[in-house]
Design a protein around this ligand. Structure first.
Ligand code: MRU
Length: 337
């Protein structure tokens, strides 16, 4: 494993180094460290630890995970190759249950493998498909950005939750892609970024990437959002999604609370996501919402925040009924509900 400190993309294939590179997001904003790896288990650990996170980036990570597995088993006997790759794919799939994109990326590359092909050729094909997934992700975010930006007035304040930006995708972002496209069109957009307890994707990541790009951003505690809506400071809410079923949008826990408040204050609530986030054959009841460790709530920066022995309920996501969503913005345009 090597580390560096700059990257144009959150996750990408390094042709010269023949390895996968991704930004280690748990270290931001203190340090921007790039991890270079060829090891699928290292990638699975990165997904579990949220070094790589955000639904579209997880789709690309899943795709590259299968490609790394195929490369590492390319000298295996032809009869064993597919079983070894499927075993690694199952290990990757088990890392995080809620974002549908992870499994989508894994399945996309598995589907590109031909059982009849020699392992070496199959491994090359897997890598090509993973790289195509990465490139497609970039194109989709720019299309989402343009469709969403058209909905914003020339001067406005947008509230967002968690991080649905370049760091959660490959570049540009979904919800933050809308902001970037609007700024590129000459609109004056200010972003209010909810800190996003307990892992602070809003204050650590959204604020980091917007400030780096010179976009006006201010961080609030998650519980300040309702008050700012009541004070008429917020013109629109834009969030990303981890999975959109036929009845709800799964996104970072706290999203539902913002949707209820936005509805109460008559503020449009938009969800920006690529087609790989749609899961319309399922409904809320079919989906497992990830519950994370008590430690994430019990301590912060080495300080204890809860008495020993007190239980914690730490859902990573919640579900917002589609009735609270003004429109879903995909690469095909705004779908009003
Ligand atoms: O737990 P995380 O940080 O992976 O959660 C990410 C989110 O909830 C994002 O809002 C979502 O993946 C959309 S990213 C474009």
């Amino acid at each position: 494993m090597q580390t560096e400190t700059t990257a144009d993309r959150t996750i990408t294939w390094d042709e010269g180094g023949e390895c996968l590179r991704f930004i280690e997001q748990t270290l931001l904003p203190e340090r921007c460290e790039i991890i270079a790896t060829t090891d699928v288990e290292r990638l699975a650990t990165a997904i579990r630890r949220l070094e790589v996170r955000g639904a579209p980036a997880l789709g690309v990570a899943g795709a590259y995970g299968v490609a790394l597995s195929a490369r590492s088993h390319r000298h295996a006997p032809p009869g064993a190759f597919m079983d070894l790759v499927h075993r690694d794919a199952a290990m990757l799939q088990a890392t995080r249950p809620t974002a549908v994109n992870l499994g989508w990326g894994i399945r996309r590359v598995l589907a590109a493998l031909d059982r009849e092909e020699a392992p070496g050729a199959a491994a090359e094909r897997a890598l090509e498909e993973a790289r195509a997934t990465e490139e497609e992700e970039v194109r989709l975010c720019h299309a989402i950005g343009e469709h969403g930006a058209a909905l914003l007035p020339d001067s406005c304040t947008v509230l967002t939750h968690c991080n649905a930006g370049a760091l959660a995708c490959v570049e540009w972002g979904t919800a933050l892609g809308v902001v970037r496209s609007a700024v590129q069109m000459g609109k004056e957009v200010k972003v209010i970024s909810c800190e996003t307890r307990p892992l602070h994707q809003g204050s650590r990541l959204t604020a980091f990437e917007l400030a780096r790009d010179g976009i006006d951003v201010e961080t609030i505690t998650d519980s300040t959002a309702a008050y700012l809506m009541r004070k008429k400071v917020i013109d629109a809410v834009f969030v990303g999604a981890d999975r959109i079923t036929r009845d709800v949008v799964f996104n970072k826990v706290g999203t539902y609370m913002h949707a209820v408040c936005a509805c109460h204050h008559d503020i449009p609530f938009y969800v920006a996501a690529p087609y790989s986030t749609l899961d319309l054959q399922h409904s809320e009841a079919d989906i497992t919402v990830e519950e994370r460790a008590r430690e994430e709530l019990a301590a912060c920066g080495g300080r204890k925040l809860m008495p020993d022995g007190v239980r914690a309920r730490n859902y990573a996501f919640d579900a917002t009924p589609l009735g609270l969503v003004t429109a879903i913005i995909t690469e095909q345009g705004a779908r009003r509900l």
